[in-house]
Design a binder for this molecule. Structure first.
Ligand code: TYM
Length: 335
């Protein structure tokens, strides 16, 4: 297994990132066999597809690294780095931009969402973003890419790009990367709107639980979380069509390991006022130790930077070897 995944250093780390990415990476690390390798990176090249104040970008990059280590990622066992320190990502992205088709990118829903009504004013980087993401995984010949549901379309594109490159060049350099979207990583929704995902870019802080929220803020956000007036159903099947209710039950299930069916059976017939304090407790119990360790790590930013430098050097060795194969397959002269 070659596991590759990334997270953008924009805004605050929230419960969606934690359950959708960070906690899963830590669990995958525990299951690595002796031949397996895992590459986890902070996607700073992706972040600048939208304007980022330099100071905020620098701080957020360190914060994500600290959060990953605080949650249990061990830079001795996995490679942890920031993308910009591995120039092969951008270099491979150029090659892949000559493989991907404009029609393929035109189908990407994220560009439509992020560019909004000002499509002409969006950066070209925002448009070609999914090709960089393909380069991220293909540079390491990823076989497994743990991501949330929202990244599935990008991974499908990466597979199309890999297959086309292999076919056009008559080689089999790239394995087709498999998105792994586990049931233990639910799509975490906004606490204010069941139709939207929990997101760093939501203007309402009430819509998300941030890693660093104090316990009373977490309890208050969950207490105010939107629900419907119906009581909890007997089984999880009864949550269909009730996105806010499904979200809260799904969160409790993801945090405690109890099945959604069993949670429903336990609270059946009662309103969400009964479930909310239990959920708030579970979130606080999970995040509090991570937040504590996170703060300790951030006290020595130079130590975090050193981890990223070391990770990048190791990642480069693998990415440069792939790029050399790619150059030879294309017909570029060797230096
Ligand atoms: P990003 O930074 O938006 O999110 C990082 C990871 O967290 C997951 N996630 C969620 N999961 C469940 N519920 C949510 N509300 C939620 N919000 C975010 C995302 O699915 C993701 O797995 N383009 C990527 C970063 C990236 C990448 C890559 C990922 C760049 N290159 C290569 C994998 C492989 C992104 O913006 O994720």
């Amino acid at each position: 297994m070659r596991i590759v995944s990334g997270i953008q250093p924009t805004g605050q780390i929230h419960l969606g990132n934690y359950l959708g990415a960070i906690r899963r990476w830590v669990r995958m690390q525990a299951d690595l066999g002796p031949e397996d390798r895992a590459f986890f990176f902070i996607a700073d090249l992706h972040a600048i597809t939208l304007p980022q104040p330099p100071g905020a970008l620098r701080a957020a990059t360190r914060e994500i690294a600290a959060a990953l280590i605080a949650a249990g990622l061990d830079p001795g066992r996995v490679l942890l780095f920031n993308q910009a320190q591995v120039p092969e990502h951008a270099e491979l992205a150029w090659v892949l931009m000559c493989i991907a088709r404009v029609g393929w990118l035109n189908r990407m829903t994220q560009f439509k969402e992020k560019s909004g009504r000002d499509r002409e004013g969006a950066s070209v980087g925002l448009y070609t973003y999914p090709v960089l993401q393909a380069a991220d995984v293909l540079a390491y010949k990823a076989t497994h890419v743990p991501v949330g549901e929202d990244q599935k379309q990008h991974l499908e594109l990466a597979r199309d790009i890999a297959a086309r490159f292999n076919a056009e060049m008559g080689c089999d350099i790239f394995p087709l990367p498999e998105p792994t979207i586990g049931p233990e990583a639910p799509r975490v929704r906004s606490l204010r709107d069941g139709a939207a995902k929990m997101s760093k870019s939501d203007p309402s802080d009430q819509s998300r639980i941030n890693l660093l929220d104090p316990a009373d803020a977490i309890a208050a956000k969950i207490r105010r979380a939107k629900t419907d007036p119906l009581p909890l159903p007997e089984t999880a099947a009864g949550l269909k069509g009730r996105p806010e209710a499904e979200n809260l039950v799904g969160l409790l299930a993801a945090l405690t390991g109890e099945s959604a069916d069993s949670i429903c059976a336990r609270f059946a017939g009662r309103g969400f006022a009964a479930l909310k304090p239990v959920l708030a407790e579970a979130i606080i119990a999970e995040l509090a130790p991570v937040a504590l360790r996170f703060r300790e790590l951030l006290a020595t930013p130079e130590a975090i930077d050193a981890v990223l430098v070391e990770g990048a050097a190791r990642a480069r060795a693998t990415a440069a070897a792939t790029l050399a194969e790619v150059h030879a397959a294309i017909g570029f002269l060797k230096p």
